[in-house]
Design a binder for this molecule. Structure first.
Ligand code: ARG
Length: 461
């Protein structure tokens, strides 16, 4: 049996079930690159502080480089009985570098070590997630650019409300994802604090230059309180919160598309490559990818709640409970990566049914507000105009006609202020063009928003 790092105090060995239960190697092994980078920096800091000699430092650095090589090439033997990734790496270092390897853990604890590893890992995944979001935004911007002349019904209460441009609808998601990217940058900024030197909880007893160490590891500042440094998991929680919102946004996009792909809507068709069939109904084409994007928001929320709940009420400082942060966290990292990998090509390969959208945009009295606005421009107070148009709509429904199909004579029965130019005002195109306010759906406004969106996602054009 392998000796534990903390074996000295113990007489008996671990119960196999307890050992299995407490081990974290199965999931924290993914932190090996960060653990090695952190250890290398710590060895340099120990040498700078005069705690180890430069020669000892070099032996340790060389040993760590060899461990890293084994990990990179798959030659490393993971030993679950050594509990976690930190101990696995340290033990292998001592095997390769000799007893001097045993000096690495001087003045350090796994408590500040894991806090560091997490922040280093966070840095990488934040960058990758932001990039995935940007790619999704890119595709949406491109699809919007080609949809500047496609009108569709806009909805409130899932009832047809007013015509909008498809490009406007797509850009709504670009701006949502932009806030998501900001949230992640914000998380990165707050997590940019170096915890090493907090040791177990009280601060290291060796004269480590923490500022220098922070610079070595590329951190902006050092933690101001050692107790906080080892008990803080805000960086995980903020990531999970950001991930939950991203999941929510992606689920709404996927939800829209799933709805639009129904025969009832018929606004889009998924490429065969992003749909599946039914094992029994030969005619089916199911939007599985979109449904699963929608569905995965559930676990993203769950992971956030799991870690928040684990952290709730924990006495300072480190508690083993905190080891439970990793599986939910990594699950959200992997889930987001999966979503942001499949979403761009799924969106890029969608077929929009412009004809059908355009037809739907003009049906069901979608321009009733424009008729009211028409009367307002003739000085009718809006409340009165609303009432008048309500009666017009009731009349149209009863005579099963669209608004545009009502004759001038019919319309004038409701208000003598209505004149021949009314039909122009009731067209989908006029309705769209009227909304030429910043952030509105007029083609001109959408073109401006598109240019803004392109800038946001770092697209020159
Ligand atoms: N595996 C631990 C975690 O993930 C690392 C810190 C362990 N510290 C300790 N004293 N057991 O949180």
């Amino acid at each position: 049996m392998l000796k534990k790092t903390w074996g000295g105090r113990f007489r008996g060995g671990a119960d196999p079930a307890a050992e299995k239960f407490t081990g974290s190697l199965a999931f924290d092994r993914r932190l090996w690159p960060q653990d090695i980078a952190g250890s290398m920096a710590w060895a340099r800091a120990l040498a700078r502080a005069g705690v180890i000699t430069d020669a000892e430092r070099d032996t340790i650095l060389d040993g760590l480089a060899r461990v890293r090589h084994e990990l990179e090439t798959g030659a490393f033997t993971f030993r679950p009985e050594l509990e976690d990734i930190h101990t696995n790496i340290e033990r292998r270092l001592i095997e390769l570098a000799g007893p001097v390897g045993g000096k690495l853990h001087t003045g350090r604890s796994r408590n500040d070590q894991i806090a560091l590893d997490e922040r280093l890992y966070l840095r990488e995944i934040l960058a990758a997630t932001r990039e995935g979001l940007r790619e999704t935004q890119h595709v949406l911007v491109d699809r919007a650019a080609e949809s500047l002349d496609v009108a569709m019904p806009g909805y409130t209460h899932l009832q047809r409300a007013q015509p909008v441009l498809l490009a406007h609808h797509l850009l709504a998601y670009v701006f949502m994802l932009e806030r998501d990217r900001e949230r992640l940058s914000d998380c990165a900024r707050r997590a940019d604090v170096m915890p090493l030197g907090a040791a177990a909880l009280a601060g290291t007893a060796f004269p480590i230059d923490r500022d220098m160490l922070a610079r070595d590891l590329g951190f902006h500042s050092v933690s101001a309180n050692s107790l906080d440094a080892v008990s803080d998991r805000d960086h995980v929680i903020e990531f999970l919160a950001g991930a939950a919102v991203i999941g929510m946004h992606c689920s709404r996009l996927a939800g829209d598309l799933t709805l639009w792909a129904t025969s009832e809507f018929g606004f889009v068709e998924f490429a065969d490559a992003f749909a599946t069939g039914s094992s029994i109904m030969p005619q089916k084409k199911n939007p599985d990818v979109a449904e699963l994007i929608r569905g995965k928001s559930g676990r993203l929320y769950g992971n956030l709640v799991a870690v928040l709940t684990t952290m709730k009420g924990l006495p300072l400082t480190y508690n083993s409970d905190m080891q439970e942060d990793k599986e939910p966290w990594f699950d959200s990292v992997d889930t987001l990566e999966a979503i942001l990998t499949v979403a761009p090509p799924m969106l890029a390969s969608l077929t929009f049914r412009a004809e059908r959208m355009r037809r739907a945009a003009g049906e069901h009295y979608a321009t009733a507000t424009d008729l009211a606005d028409y009367l307002v421009r003739k000085n009718v107070p809006f409340r009165e105009a609303h009432e008048i148009v309500g009666r017009v709509v009731r009349h149209a429904i009863e005579s099963t006609k669209e608004l545009e199909a009502l004759s001038l004579e019919e319309l004038r029965r409701f208000s003598p202020l209505i004149e021949a130019d009314v039909h122009e005002a009731l067209s989908v195109e006029a309705s769209l063009a009227a909304r030429n306010v910043a952030g509105g759906t007029a083609p001109e406004a959408v073109r401006r928003a598109l240019a803004d969106a392109r800038r946001l996602v770092g697209d020159g054009a």
